[in-house]
Design a protein around this ligand. Structure first.
Ligand SMILES: [Zn+2]
Ligand SMILES: [Zn+2]
Length: 240
């Protein structure tokens, strides 16, 4: 890969309840590994032990935009609900830079491939939800062709989640990643590479994901976060 990943947009801190670093420890780890930007995307309410919606309103005012020379971005990893809405509401996301939406078993029950896909497409129609986390877990099957086409149309990127490659115990994860990555190339849909770090030692770690992309000959132009500028444009950061 000629480009490295410049911004890790999917990371968790102590605020998520089952992650183990502070904001500053993650930022220091980001600096040490050479990232330009770090996105903080705590779990939204609905995941046991995570922070209150209040944090997503307050953090953008309280945490500096620059820590150790790393640009800090404020996000959320939201939860898809069975009616296609999300646990952190658009109003509660107002002050954030971006939303990521993912399917998590605590908040979602499988309704079959078509309805799961409808629900997720409804959620990514939210104007601040630019990303889908780990759509690889076959516990909640998705019609990837339909999802990838909708994501392209809505300006949303699908994640290649490095943690799910390192710990591939989820249902058909690796196979599903190959399926949607091929479709993303075919339909020119963007992806992002996420560490999904729950500990500072995992911030900015993408080796396995990058190896998979390399092996597939994935089009690097479609990767949103291999350039901080590209990432900013994707979330319309400069227009704020
Ligand atoms: Zn997740
Ligand atoms: Zn996560």
């Amino acid at each position: 890969m000629k480009n490295k990943i410049e911004v890790d947009i999917h990371t968790h801190t102590l605020l998520s309840g089952h992650a183990y670093g502070t904001v500053r420890e993650n930022a220091l780890a980001a600096k040490e590994i050479g990232l330009k930007g770090l996105g903080i995307s705590e779990h939204a309410p609905g995941i046991p032990g995570t922070c209150d919606a209040m944090v997503f309103r307050n953090m953008p005012h309280s945490v500096p935009r620059d820590l150790y020379g790393v640009n800090i971005y404020f996000g959320v990893e939201n939860n898809l609900l069975n009616d296609g809405t999300m646990t952190l509401t658009p109003k509660q996301m107002e002050r954030l830079d971006y939303g990521i939406v993912g399917i998590h078993g605590f908040c979602y029950e499988d309704e079959g491939i078509e309805k799961n896909t409808d629900n997720l497409i409804k959620a990514i129609s939210d104007p601040k939800t630019f990303f889908i986390s780990h759509p690889d877990d076959g516990t909640w099957p998705l019609d990837y062709e339909r999802l990838v086409k909708a994501a392209r149309k809505l300006g949303v990127a699908l994640e290649l989640n490095n943690s799910h490659i390192v710990n591939p115990w989820r249902k058909n994860s690796i196979e599903n990643m190959h399926t949607y990555l091929k479709l993303c190339m075919e339909h020119k849909t963007n992806i992002f590479v996420g560490s999904d770090a729950h500990d500072p030692s995992r911030v900015g770690r993408f080796e396995e994901a990058l190896a998979m992309l390399e092996e597939m000959g994935f089009d690097e132009d479609l990767i949103v976060n291999n350039s901080e500028e590209k990432f900013r444009e994707f979330i319309r950061y400069n227009k704020k």
